[in-house]
Design a protein around this ligand. Structure first.
Ligand code: HPA
Length: 279
């Protein structure tokens, strides 16, 4: 079943998942570094380890669990990717898109993507939540894309529109939920770098100049594949550290990113739960 990436493979993986669950999911949720607590909200969870699913990219990074959790949450059947793989782990962009394409095959039409990110906007603080209003695909805009290669027209168009990559209606909903819950929700543009080295001060200055508010090493491949497949995307970053370019700036470490993710997890869960309740 390990054949080439394409609909027959996605169908086969979707069939394996369907055998284990009662109801097909309508919402997908991808959890970033340290945000595993969000998955605890799922009721009657069926947990499927990634390694039991062919071609499913498994994360080797601390803070990523490596299991698909399907169950009920706020009147929806959700499929939560508890842990994700990254480009820097050696996967191709196409391999990183497999879970999104399988979710689409299962009937998911709305995708909530989360990540841990470094705050570039000077007003951002570690612990903030940021609604992603747009992205800059720095790791891929001049090179690798999950859409590279023959296009499967049944999956989506050759040249997908990206002007509304983050669904305006879902953004609106997230804002109103945050307001009702008196939760501060920052907003901004997420830039994806390939990583895994964190940015130099000169790179941080460059990222500010090109209009980025938060920086990370994930999310964009999944969002490109989701937009291609016509899914509505909501993106939320957990600002785990601030990425400033002053020579006195603090060093960044993965441990710090994970600790911040764990601290933000309950608020991220609350926000997602509020959005799901109104979908
Ligand atoms: N840079 C890149 N990726 C990240 C960061 C950062 O500062 N924090 C969390 N992911």
């Amino acid at each position: 079943m390990e054949g080439p990436l394409g609909q027959p493979l996605y169908n086969a993986i979707a069939a394996l998942i369907r055998q284990q669950i009662a109801t097909p999911p309508d919402v997908g949720i991808i959890l970033g570094s340290g945000l595993g607590a969000v998955a605890e909200q799922v009721e009657g969870p069926v947990t499927i380890p990634y390694h039991t699913l062919p071609a499913w990219p498994c994360s080797t990074v601390a803070g990523h669990h490596g299991e698909l959790v399907v169950g009920r949450w706020a009147n929806h059947t959700v499929a939560v990717l508890n842990g994700r793989a990254h480009y820097y782990e050696g996967y191709s962009m196409g391999e990183l898109a497999v879970p999104v394409r399988v979710l689409r095959t299962l009937g998911v039409t709305r995708l909530i993507v989360t990540n841990a990110a470094g705050g570039l906007e000077p007003g951002f603080r570690a612990g903030d939540l940021m609604l992603i209003t747009d992205h800059i695909n720095l790791a891929g805009m001049a090179g690798p894309s999950p859409l590279r290669g023959p296009n499967d027209a049944a999956l989506g168009p050759r040249f997908p529109d990206m002007t509304r990559a983050y669904d305006p209606a879902l953004q609106h909903l997230a804002r109103s939920v945050a307001k009702a819950k008196k939760m501060r929700l920052r907003e901004g543009v997420y830039v994806m770098l390939a990583g895994p080295a964190y940015e130099t001060p000169a790179e941080i200055r460059f990222l500010r100049l090109i209009g980025a508010d938060a920086v990370g090493m994930s999310t964009v491949p999944e969002v490109v594949a989701a937009c291609h497949a016509g899914m509505a995307v909501l993106g939320i970053s957990a600002i785990s550290n601030v990425a400033h370019f002053a020579p006195s700036a603090e060093k960044v470490s993965h441990d710090e990113v994970l600790a911040a993710g764990a601290a933000i997890g309950p608020r991220m869960r609350d926000l997602i739960g509020g959005v799901l309740a109104q979908l």
